[in-house]
Design a protein around this ligand. Structure first.
Ligand code: CA
Length: 228
């Protein structure tokens, strides 16, 4: 997932980003509402983790701006937003939930709990309640980041797993190379131009040639119906 962390406590932000990156997410960080708004207009994030007390105002201002944004442009007004609050901010939590936040965690929070809540938000965006994605004889579990094919585990790298999950979540829509890259790499990453092709090639070798289809010059997709 491409994640935006909006947090002005540098220690919390750095620790959180490190944890999420180890789990295979691409993370951008900003300490301000202004910086967050710029990032949100530039990139299609899968989830925003939002602190309330920020240097240039209250995080709820950013939340309202996202929810009131026009449909069809960035930021997506339906984007999942999770709030990070202090334990005593009960009234503020209720307020932001009613303003359109998806969920919250109270500081200090367990990063694994936050990651689980991110998966819930992602399922909400994809409109499904099932935790495991199925495609033909393939089972993809975002919680354990494991893949089974015909009941047997398949070893995938973190990047291969992220690409597969993004394509299966989006199926049968085509994702451009740029859209896939955005989920894997943050603004600071140096990127080799053929990186995505290499990962897709490996995915096909491991899962079957028909699994991921190419639309030349456009991108990749997983068909709605798995190939027999
Ligand atoms: Ca703060």
């Amino acid at each position: 997932m491409r994640v935006l962390v909006v947090e002005d406590d540098e220690n919390i932000a750095a620790a959180l980003a490190a944890h999420l990156e180890r789990a295979g997410h691409a993370v951008d960080r900003t300490p301000t509402i202004a910086g967050a708004w710029r990032a949100l207009q530039a990139e299609a994030y899968d989830v925003v983790l939002l602190d309330l007390g920020l240097a240039d105002g209250d995080g709820s201002v950013l939340l309202r701006r996202v929810r009131e944004a026009p449909v069809g442009r960035l930021p997506d007004p339906a984007m999942p937003v999770l709030i990070m609050t202090a334990r005593d901010e009960v009234a503020a939590r209720i307020e932001v939930l009613d303003q359109g936040a998806d969920d919250y965690v109270t500081k200090p929070f367990d990063p694994d709990e936050l990651a689980a809540r991110m998966r819930v938000a992602r399922r909400r965006m994809a409109g499904r309640a099932q935790t495991v994605l199925r495609h033909g004889d393939l089972e993809i579990d975002p919680a354990t980041r494991t893949v089974m094919k015909a009941g047997r585990p398949v070893e995938l790298s973190a990047r291969e797993f992220s690409i597969l999950l993004a394509l299966v979540d989006a199926r049968p829509r085509v994702l451009s190379r740029a859209q896939i890259e955005a989920k894997l790499y943050n603004f600071d990453s140096a990127l080799e131009s053929n990186a995505i092709e290499v990962h897709v090639h490996r995915l096909r070798r491991k899962l079957g040639e028909g699994m991921v289809r190419t639309v030349r010059g456009v991108g990749y997709y997983v068909p709605a119906e798995p190939s027999p």
